[in-house]
Design a protein around this ligand. Structure first.
Ligand code: CIR
Length: 254
């Protein structure tokens, strides 16, 4: 959770057509843009140097730049997003990553979304999901090995878009998780903090250096994490939640 740099991508006007599993109303471009601007400001407050890429009108979900790639200080991996409408997003990111990283690997086969991949100090967790299949996950283990990272495959709860929709790393030994994901036992090696019932989307918090970004619409979670001693900064996510996204989705961090 120590980061010096991040890449984000401006929302396109087409973001209102972003993928969603169920209809909960459509976001507006202006309101998504406001959430995105506020998010960038908090990253900068946390001491991160942010590179802002231009909007891509032909990719409604391209604001969620976490999904088509994975980055580490050692190098980057271009992924193969599991949704057909998003498969071209990795190629759009490639020139930027090749400029910024000495090593850029390509996932050779299968599908994997960055939202399913949780780097931790104990290794990288790769959640199998509707977007990340076994072929992609196993190929990803090979790419991660080349960058010196070990990885393990884990299950994403049924009906949850991405593994990280339901969890986030709070510090070197603490995981924030929904009760349901915690029950699966994946975080047995961690101290676990469970999100209050009914506030599950707050599990996608984002620890960056000394601050913890938490979705602002979840008052019990904000208070609870503050009481645990984290320096909580509430960040609005109501617009991006209409298209199944959360805080981690909007940046690549290293
Ligand atoms: C999608 O379905 O791909 C987007 N509407 C939301 C992506 C959220 N990304 C993430 O959780 N990493």
């Amino acid at each position: 959770y120590h980061f010096n740099s991040a890449i984000v991508r401006e929302p396109s006007r087409s973001v209102v057509d972003g993928l969603r599993a169920e209809e909960r109303g459509s976001p507006t471009y202006e309101a998504v843009k406001a959430e995105h601007d506020a998010y960038i400001a908090v990253l900068r407050t946390a001491g991160v140097e942010v590179t802002v890429l231009p909007a891509l009108e032909s990719f409604p979900d391209s604001i969620f730049v976490e999904d088509p790639a994975l980055v580490f200080t050692e190098g980057a991996i271009l992924l193969r997003p599991g949704a057909a409408s998003r498969s071209g997003e990795a190629a759009e990111l490639a020139p930027t990553l090749r400029d910024m990283f000495g090593t850029v690997l390509d996932l050779p086969v299968g599908f994997a979304d960055g939202g399913d991949i949780l780097p931790t100090p104990k290794g990288v967790m790769i959640g199998l999901s509707a977007r990340t299949d076994r072929a992609g996950a196993e190929a990803l283990i090979g790419c991660l090995d080349k960058l010196g990272h070990k990885a393990e495959l884990v299950a994403t709860p049924e009906g949850v878009l991405h593994f990280k929709t339901a969890c986030s790393l709070l510090d070197d030994e603490t995981m924030l998780s929904t009760a349901r994901l915690a029950r699966s036992g994946v975080f047995k090696d961690y101290k676990q903090i469970i999100i209050p019932e009914g506030e599950e989307p707050a599990a996608n918090a984002l620890r960056i250096n000394d601050i913890l970004m938490v979705p602002s619409a979840y008052p019990r979670s904000l208070e609870f994490l503050d009481k645990h001693g984290y320096k909580v900064i509430p960040v609005a996510t109501t617009q991006i939640e209409m298209i199944d996204a959360g805080l981690s989705c909007m940046s690549l961090r290293w």
